[in-house]
Write a protein that binds this ligand. Structure first.
Ligand code: FMN
Length: 205
């Protein structure tokens, strides 16, 4: 009898799933600010949600090859990637709407500040709290993806996002997250556990 009750309970606990067909159903996606120099060291910044660490010290960005950013990366051989934070949400979104191909003062109209990276030939946007400074490592063009891979040569973070030991505290970044379902921006919620730790009891079975 107890087994029957358990079976019925288990059956009830499994909700039906609605089918959505093809969707990029990964949540959360990052909100990355990709900054480059164009002709005459003109600064451009774009918003990229389709980007991820692809190897130790490497980042892959999945970009349209028509973007001003992409053209700039290929000619300057470098770029920086900042994490967009809540305090700068309006400009972060603007960087994803306007194109440096058409808007000649795209960066200047934000009033934001850029300085040349100490490590690579690309601008660091001063308003965003944490930045990866990258050299162009590879351009990948296959029938299934177009990607620019960067070799991260330095990461810099402002003091406001560090903990008392000097490490980056993710809860202090207020990083934006992008949702592919409804195109919303979110910030992170509470910390709910430690990786390589909360699952380890199952290793003992
Ligand atoms: C939330 C958001 C995420 C985006 N993610 C990407 C992306 O991952 N790859 C891409 O090619 N374009 C992406 N875009 C579009 C570019 O940011 C946009 O086309 C921009 O105008 C390109 O600027 P640029 O031509 O000055 O480089 C995104 C836009 C938004 C608003």
């Amino acid at each position: 009898m107890a087994n029957v009750v358990k079976l019925v309970k288990n059956f009830k606990e499994k909700p039906m799933k609605k089918n959505f067909g093809v969707k990029e159903a990964v949540f959360p996606m990052p909100v990355l600010m990709v900054a480059t120099y164009g002709e005459n060291n003109k600064v451009d910044v774009m918003n990229a949600a389709w980007g991820m660490i692809c190897d130790y010290g490497k980042i892959a960005l999945f970009l349209d090859d028509k973007h001003k950013t992409t053209k700039n990366m290929l000619s300057s051989k470098a770029f920086t990637v900042s994490i967009a934070d809540k305090a700068h949400i309006d400009v972060a979104d603007f960087f994803g709407i306007a194109s440096g191909n058409k808007m000649m003062d795209k960066f200047e109209r934000t009033g934001y500040h850029a300085k040349k990276s100490e490590f690579v030939n690309a601008p660091v946007i001063e308003e965003f709290p944490i930045v990866m400074e990258c050299e162009l490592a590879e351009e990948i063009n296959t029938p299934n993806m177009y990607s620019i891979v960067g070799k991260i040569v330095n990461v810099a973070a402002e003091e406001s996002v560090l903990d008392e030991k000097g490490n980056v505290d993710p809860t202090k970044i207020n990083a934006l997250l992008f949702d592919t379902f409804q195109h919303g921006y979110y910030t992170i919620g509470e910390k709910v556990g430690m990786a390589w730790n909360v699952g380890k009891d199952l290793m003992k079975k």
